[in-house]
Write a protein that binds this ligand. Structure first.
Ligand code: SF4
Length: 314
């Protein structure tokens, strides 16, 4: 199905800007074609407090509540009916959430899973519990945040010693046989090769493979930031995106479950949980019927740079 259809979401009220740009042009939209990846937001609590965090996470933070096993299970079951290919988990720091191992143990019975982590104390404390997940038939993959290949640059926001601890976590996960990758923000002023060489040297010194897959993200800014980006209109989506390019937007093939207060809602993707317009529905099935507006400033990163949190092969 084409991804530029006008909105048919009759049943709920969203802000006017969901539908039109500030200068009254029709918005661009994405119509989802499948649920290939289901993300769970495990809660915004984190053991670290980085100023740049796109989730605004910090110790004790409850902007988004901790997701419990009984919250996640119905969505896992519904997603299986919708032929999901993978479950993925982000936070906050997912290992701050006491229910994460139980959720993974259940989800891994059915599909591969991926967890985004800072690989510091909350993960290191659970390494023994993680071993038990090897008994499940599907693979578990960890994406570890390593902001820079220079320790001082990583530790500037995350705190002294966090670079070394993250490498310790990465090494422990790798030695235990889990799949690993590394996430960073894009690093300005260096060539692609210089960055790749910098990370390869760090991995080598840590006793890790030099070619660990890496994913770089543009600046997303903290929640509720007012960021001036070009507006994405309906004609932008036609003139600058092909049909197959529109299918690569995360909101075309994934959703994220978020617990707000006591209620779980299905959001359009991993990048828009600070805007209630993107809380599409309370079930996955209903959420897939709702065309997703390109109104969030982070949509421009998807439009312009092809930003995506997904690592599934498509
Ligand atoms: S941030 Fe990207 S994936 Fe999310 S709704 Fe916007 S365009 Fe879609």
């Amino acid at each position: 199905m084409d991804a530029i259809l006008p909105v048919t979401d009759k049943q709920r009220t969203r802000s006017r800007l969901w539908y039109v740009t500030p200068d009254h042009k029709p918005r661009g939209f994405i119509q989802s074609h499948a649920l290939e990846e289901l993300w769970f937001h495990t809660g915004t609590a984190c053991n670290l407090a980085c100023a740049f965090c796109l989730e605004g996470s910090k110790p004790g933070d409850d902007r988004l509540n901790l997701l419990r096993f009984h919250d996640a299970k119905p969505f896992i079951d519904e997603a299986l009916h919708l032929h999901v290919k993978q479950f993925s988990f982000t936070g906050g720091e997912p290992f701050v959430n006491k229910d994460l191992i139980r959720i993974l143990d259940y989800a891994l019975q059915y599909r591969p899973c991926m967890v985004l982590t800072n690989a510091t104390e909350p993960l290191l404390k659970r390494l023994l519990q993680l071993e038990s997940l090897h008994k499940q038939p599907n693979t578990l993959h960890f994406r570890v945040s390593l902001d820079h290949f220079v320790a001082e640059m990583h530790d500037k926001e995350r705190g002294e010693g966090m670079f070394a601890m993250a490498l310790q976590g990465l090494r422990a996960l790798h030695d235990s046989g889990f799949r690993i990758s590394v996430a960073s923000q894009s690093i300005a002023g260096l060539s692609v090769n210089q960055i790749a060489d910098g990370y390869a040297a760090v991995f080598r010194r840590a006793g890790l493979p030099e070619n660990i897959p890496r994913i770089e993200f543009p600046e997303f800014y903290p929640p509720d930031s007012k960021v001036a980006t070009p507006q994405i209109t309906r004609s932008c989506m036609i003139d600058y995106q092909t049909g197959s390019a529109r299918r690569q937007f995360m909101c075309a093939f994934s959703r994220m479950v978020v617990k707000n207060g006591e209620e779980c809602r299905v959001y359009a993707c991993t990048l828009v949980d600070d805007d209630p317009d993107y809380a599409l529905a309370v079930t996955l099935t209903e959420s897939l019927q709702i065309p997703v507006s390109m109104k969030h400033h982070r949509c421009y990163s998807c439009f312009r740079f092809g930003a995506s949190c997904s690592e599934i092969k498509r």
